[in-house]
Design a protein around this ligand. Structure first.
Ligand SMILES: Nc1ncnc2c1ncn2[C@@H]1O[C@H](COP(=O)(O)OP(=O)(O)OP(=O)(O)O)[C@@H](O)[C@H]1O
Ligand SMILES: [Mg+2]
Length: 262
């Protein structure tokens, strides 16, 4: 992407819970930053998982994405904090749950994040946005502010339900607020090669992506207990033990993102 077109803004979205949106956002941000790109991670989920995964004490966060969205004349610049991992974070706290209601009353409610990000666009090469497990106003804002969307899908039957609804939502966002939104790809997560279920679901996904003309990332993220333990390491898994398979898989994904369509 040409320099003067601004940063690549990747929203990580799937309304299904627990499919590794936050794990992917945090590790992708770390891997992209490690490759020398100026990177910002924006947490649009009131659960505030990004700060937790980075070992921050969320009770000490005084100003967060909530204020950046709802205060008059505020911007994301007001809430950005540096992390120890070469990228910046705009953290979320539970306050953000209130924004769901407040934003609905705002003018052009779907474009608030896009407008509030504008002052920082020239500071970054990549902006990664983590989203909540819903298709509400916070996710729609995140999709409206994005150049690309990355869809993590947990490799199990139940995870495929709702994919059509998500694609319909993306189509709607394209039609109404963000015609330039590209699907960067679908990422198969929590893949367990030992189970027939994972292999069958992956095969279905590959076929589905082929039919729909959607990119399926070559790199698959495998099921690993290390990811469940990861918040306890207080840093992205990719930095905690570089040689772990999970760390390598996210580095490969970052390489695919950097070398690929963006
Ligand atoms: N590859 C993996 N292998 C095993 N566990 C994983 C993997 N990726 C993520 N997890 C675990 O699955 C759980 C959900 O992951 P995560 O929080 O990243 O999902 P999410 O989509 O952000 O969830 P939510 O919808 O609640 O925001 C966490 O306990 C996480 O540690
Ligand atoms: Mg999450």
């Amino acid at each position: 992407m040409a320099e003067n077109q601004g940063p690549v803004v990747i929203t990580v979205a799937n309304q299904k819970g627990g499919v590794a949106k936050t794990t992917t956002s945090v590790n992708l941000a770390a891997c992209i930053a490690e490759r020398g790109k100026r990177t910002l991670l924006v947490d649009m989920d009131p659960q505030g998982g990004c700060a937790v995964c980075l070992g921050m004490d969320t009770t000490t966060i005084e100003i967060s994405v909530y204020e950046a969205l709802v205060r008059p004349k505020a911007s994301i610049a007001d809430v950005i904090i540096p992390t120890d991992f070469r990228f910046d974070l705009a953290p979320a706290t539970i306050d953000l749950a209130g924004a769901e209601i407040e934003l609905k009353q705002a003018l052009a409610a779907e474009t608030v994040l896009q407008r509030r990000l504008r002052p920082v666009l020239d500071r970054y090469d990549y902006i990664i946005i983590d989203t909540p497990p819903s298709l509400g106003i916070l996710t729609v804002n995140s999709l409206t502010a994005a150049t690309h969307v990355l869809i993590p899908i947990s490799t199990e039957y139940m995870a495929l339900r709702g994919l059509r609804l998500l694609l319909d939502t993306l189509e709607n966002v394209r039609e109404v607020t963000n015609p330039g939104l590209d699907i960067l790809g679908i990422l198969a997560t929590r893949y367990d090669a030992r189970t027939i279920n994972s292999r069958e679901v992956y095969a279905y996904l590959a076929d589905f992506c082929d039919r729909e003309g959607i990119h399926l990332f070559k790199q698959v993220i495998r099921q690993s207990v290390r990811f469940i333990e990861a918040p306890g390491y207080r840093m992205p898994l990719t930095l905690w033990r570089r040689q772990l398979d999970g760390a390598k898989q996210y580095r490969e994904l970052a390489a695919e993102v950097l070398n690929g369509k963006t």
